[in-house]
Design a binder for this molecule. Structure first.
Ligand SMILES: Nc1ncnc2c1ncn2[C@@H]1O[C@H](COP(=O)(O)O)[C@@H](OP(=O)(O)O)[C@H]1O
Ligand SMILES: [Mg+2]
Ligand SMILES: [Mg+2]
Ligand SMILES: [Mg+2]
Length: 401
């Protein structure tokens, strides 16, 4: 065999063996469809896998608490003169999530919606919440252990709730918590979400949404949901998750942590045929401008009526293709959206193939504090049609001026 021939054989062998030697991920990542492959493999060794695992368990545990609150309220066990049951759910869920984060990531900062001041002056309220918190556990002992187990006493619970007082910013690791998003939906037995996101240097890296009243089935048609008395059957309760660069998934909220999530993606609708699109918006007319949103839909040729639902369940729903567009146009020019109302949903939609901006076309800026002070409103749509939707938003808003 000639020298050149031997050289050629070695070269061919090296090319063939390269993927084996350096791992299939490296090989696959060089292929054009790599993002599709990595989207389906949120493996336990990927970046932020521990954060995702803990966030999912923490949201699952907090959702168990909120469901208990809903059903105890429905049975009339909460005194009418007491603080509202949603307040009980908010405080309890926030305490449980922060306990899990403090145990696992003690150096991380936390921005959470609620604070404990009210509880410190109301013994009755404090004890009601403490009763719920100390008795809410995950079924699986190992998972409960991973979250650090029980909170010591009611005073520690109050201190944990107040650990959510970070001012936020664009430095380091900061968790954003909305223990119950869509308070009004929760009270009506409609949609609500337990929301948790991790930002690193102002960029959302991990997002988890627990939606106890959404259908588990990703293909279930999106229906207006202003209240259904709290569904609590096998077919409801979904957990949406995303890690930056790794895609978005959904799985039953009641599933064990070992159950792999299903990859979800937004529906791809050609931007010239938006007539078939489904758009969703808040139930509350005070939270987004229904009139402007109807005009935008009309401009886009959308014929179906909007689907109104509370909370970040809207982000989850469009991310799995149950709807297509989420519009949240400001009612008052002075209102600043809160980071905990959007952090998880923004990432889940983007990782599912969507684009999320404000009404000016800017990405949501989570790095300037507890609010999205640099943004106005939200426009979320499949990436390919976002520009067209945004143009319609701006036409409608400009025509008002
Ligand atoms: N004027 C306003 N404009 C926009 N959002 C508002 C608002 N007043 C309250 N909100 C926010 O709207 C959230 C609910 O959103 P949605 O309308 O999509 O269900 C509330 O979250 P909470 O329910 O956690 O308080 C609250 O933070
Ligand atoms: Mg909220
Ligand atoms: Mg809330
Ligand atoms: Mg609130």
């Amino acid at each position: 065999m000639s020298h050149t021939c031997r050289y050629l054989i070695v070269l061919i062998l090296a090319i063939l063996l390269f993927p084996v030697a350096f791992g299939p991920r490296l090989f696959l990542s060089s292929l054009p469809f790599a993002s599709l492959i990595t989207r389906r493999t949120m493996s336990s060794s990927s970046a932020y896998s521990q954060e995702l695992y803990i966030a999912q368990l923490a949201v699952q545990r907090a959702s168990i608490l909120t469901k208990r609150v809903f059903h105890e309220k429905a049975k009339g066990t909460v005194d009418k003169n007491d603080k509202s049951p949603v307040t009980i759910g908010d405080f309890g869920a926030q305490a449980l999530i922060i306990a899990a984060l403090r145990h696992n990531f003690p150096d991380d900062a936390i921005v959470a919606e609620e604070e404990a001041a009210q509880l410190r002056t109301d013994e009755n309220l404090k004890n009601t919440i403490w009763d719920l918190v100390r008795s809410t556990k995950l079924d699986d002992a190992a998972s409960e252990q991973a979250l650090g187990g029980a909170i010591r006493d009611a005073d520690e619970m109050l201190d944990l709730i107040d650990r959510g007082n970070s001012t936020g910013g664009n430095k380091g690791r900061i968790w954003a918590i909305d223990p119950i998003d869509g308070t009004k939906g929760f009270l009506r037995g409609g949609q609500y979400a337990v929301c948790l996101g991790l930002m690193v240097d102002g960029d959302v890296k991990v997002g988890v949404l627990g939606c106890p009243n959404l259908p588990v089935d990703d293909k279930a048609p999106l229906t207006a949901d202003i209240g259904s008395n709290g569904t609590d059957d096998e077919g409801h309760g979904v957990l949406f998750s995303a890690v930056l660069g790794q895609g978005a998934t959904s799985r039953p909220l009641a599933a064990s942590s070992s159950e792999e999530g299903r990859a979800i993606s937004m529906r791809s609708i050609p931007s010239d045929s938006l007539a078939d699109a489904t758009f969703c918006e808040s139930v509350e007319a005070g939270h987004s401008a229904h009139g402007d949103q109807a005009s935008i839909a009309q401009k886009l040729g959308i014929t179906k009526p909007s689907v109104r639902m509370d909370s970040q369940a809207k982000y989850g729903s469009i991310a799995r293709g149950a709807g297509d567009i989420y519009l949240r146009l400001p009612v008052k020019a002075t209102y600043q959206e809160k980071i905990w109302d959007h952090a998880a949903g923004d990432l889940i939609v983007r990782e599912a193939g969507g684009q999320v901006t404000d009404i000016h076309g800017n990405r949501l800026d989570f790095g300037i504090g507890r609010t999205l002070a640099n943004n106005k409103g939200v426009v979320a749509a499949p990436a390919a049609s976002h520009a067209k939707v945004l143009a319609a938003v701006q036409e409608v808003l400009n025509a008002k001026q």
